[in-house]
Design a protein around this ligand. Structure first.
Ligand code: IFM
Length: 482
């Protein structure tokens, strides 16, 4: 997913790249030689897991009564997916879930984080239920419990039922009402078995990339639609939390945020102000309303129009006291002041154009910057009202080659070791971080990028659906051995 490409892409629609002044910030984490820590250093209660999303792994897009989602429509639309693929098959997890969950167990992970495909259980988004879809998630949950892996459910990971999109999608306030119906239904259905729930996955990503940039489903390009989608999403975020708490006995209620460490290109006021605007959008936009601070529109006055979409009582409805928040971090942004894009007036420098010595870049063109996860953990922990943080996603896409049945993915292993060192540093510095979930279990359908970027601990052969645990997965298996 390319949320950090957001401003960059906005700018590309209106202008070419500007010339970058010299900048040479050393990435001093490059030299970590090995982990230098053990599982025990994180504490006995610290949870280790893998995260996934329904559309990226399930396939079976039209099987057993599932309704279409906006991602089915989007991936079937010419020109939307770089590799011309769809998620029709993805990892075929709908049929392979048992052997895939076995792999999680084999890697000694405690947790399987997955999402429910809303249109699999409610094909039209509201109303009539699809029993076969409901049974599928019962089977997944039951199998997790049987083998001793904790199921952690995300209610919404970007795949809105197409039937709701046909009525306006997230920019229509009725989608918030429909989300509450869906959340109510699934928490009642699975709440006796599953205690750990997350409302949304990365609200900024799907509202901005899907409604302002057009790179993700539903492919809209409008600031107005983004603001409406964002407000209805933020309402759903808090109300979803209340619904889980009401329906699930002893629930552990959370939601997740994409977040980036952000530096100005130079310590000059204009670049610092540009970095502050990017920070307000990428990091603050969805957490601050939950905490009763409102949207950070004083920092980005161009988004003040969001207030037009408030109904009486919304200020209160945006708030909720989550038991934990999920932090999802992959890279850091280097920002310079720019006349494009309008509203933000800030340019996120692509990793391959960053004036950083010895920069390491992933297949998503994201800078490897382990210290960034320390900085975002500290930043989010500093908000009053944050009780507990879990790293609900972190990982890297690197090109993998299969040699004699093995995948020697040293770069990914090193990535995890270096990022984990920073998570541990944050923990030792007092951040209440209680878990770490890798993105992701197995190579899957990486949205508009198709299956090219491989993020998995497990290699997926997309022709045969064969799986092979990569060296990074074997490293976790060994590291996590009790
Ligand atoms: O694949 C995505 C996931 O769906 C959301 N977080 C970022 C990942 C990598 O781009």
């Amino acid at each position: 997913m390319q949320r950090r490409d957001l401003l960059r892409t906005l700018a590309l629609t209106t202008a070419g790249l500007t010339v970058l002044p010299a900048f040479a910030k050393q990435n001093f984490m490059r030299d970590i030689a090995g982990p230098g820590y053990t599982r025990g250093d994180f504490g006995n209660d610290f949870l280790w897991g893998v995260a996934t999303a329904a559309y990226q792994i399930e396939g079976a897009w039209n099987v057993d009564g599932k309704g279409p989602s906006i991602w089915d429509t989007f991936s079937h639309t010419k020109g939307k997916i770089k590799t011309k693929e769809t998620g029709d098959m993805a990892c075929d997890f709908y049929h392979t879930y048992k052997s895939d969950i076995d792999l999680i167990k084999e890697m000694n992970m405690d947790v399987f984080r997955f999402s429910i495909a809303w249109s699999r259980v409610l094909p039209n988004g509201t109303g009539e239920k699809n029993q076969k879809g409901i049974d599928f998630y019962h089977n997944v949950i039951d199998y997790c419990l049987q083998v001793g892996v904790q199921p952690w459910i995300t209610l919404y990971h970007w795949d809105l039922p197409q039937a709701l999109q046909d009525k306006g999608g997230w920019p229509n306030r009725n989608t918030y009402t429909a989300f509450c119906e869906y959340a109510n239904m699934v928490t009642k259905e699975y709440g006796s078995k599953v205690k750990n729930w997350m409302v949304l996955n990365e609200p900024l990503a799907y509202t901005a990339l899907g409604h302002m940039i057009g790179m993700h489903a539903p492919g809209k390009k409008s600031v107005g639609k983004f603001l409406r989608a964002a407000h209805h999403t933020a309402l759903s975020q808090a109300e979803g939390g209340r619904i889980i708490r009401a329906n699930v006995p002893d629930a552990n209620v959370g939601t997740t945020f994409s977040c980036s460490d952000i530096d100005p290109l130079k310590e000059k006021p204009k670049h610092q102000r540009a970095a502050a605007r990017v920070d307000a959008l990428l990091n603050r936009f969805f957490i601050e309303p939950v905490l009763g601070m409102g949207y950070p529109v004083d920092t980005i006055p161009g988004f003040k129009g969001i207030k037009k979409h408030f109904e009486p009582g919304d200020e209160e409805k945006l708030k909720f006291d989550f038991d934990f928040i999920g932090i999802q971090n992959y890279t850091r942004e280097l920002v310079k002041a720019s006349i494009f894009p309008p509203v933000m007036w800030a340019w996120q420098i692509p990793a391959d154009k960053k004036p950083v010595e010895n920069i390491e870049i992933t297949d998503m063109n994201w800078e490897v910057y382990p210290e960034g996860i320390y900085n975002v953990l500290k930043k989010f922990a500093a908000y009053p009202g944050i009780k507990k943080i879990i790293v609900t996603e972190n990982g890297a896409a690197f090109t993998d080659t299969l040699v004699d049945g093995r995948v020697h993915d040293e770069k990914r292993t090193k990535f995890y070791q270096d990022y984990l060192a920073q998570v541990l540093r944050a923990k030792k510095d007092g951040v209440n971080v209680t878990g770490y979930y890798c993105w992701t279990l197995m190579d899957n359908f990486e949205w508009a990028e198709g299956t090219r970027p491989r993020f998995g601990l497990v290699y997926t052969d997309f022709t045969t659906q064969k799986r092979i645990i990569k060296d990074s997965g074997l490293w976790f298996k060994d590291f996590l051995r009790k």
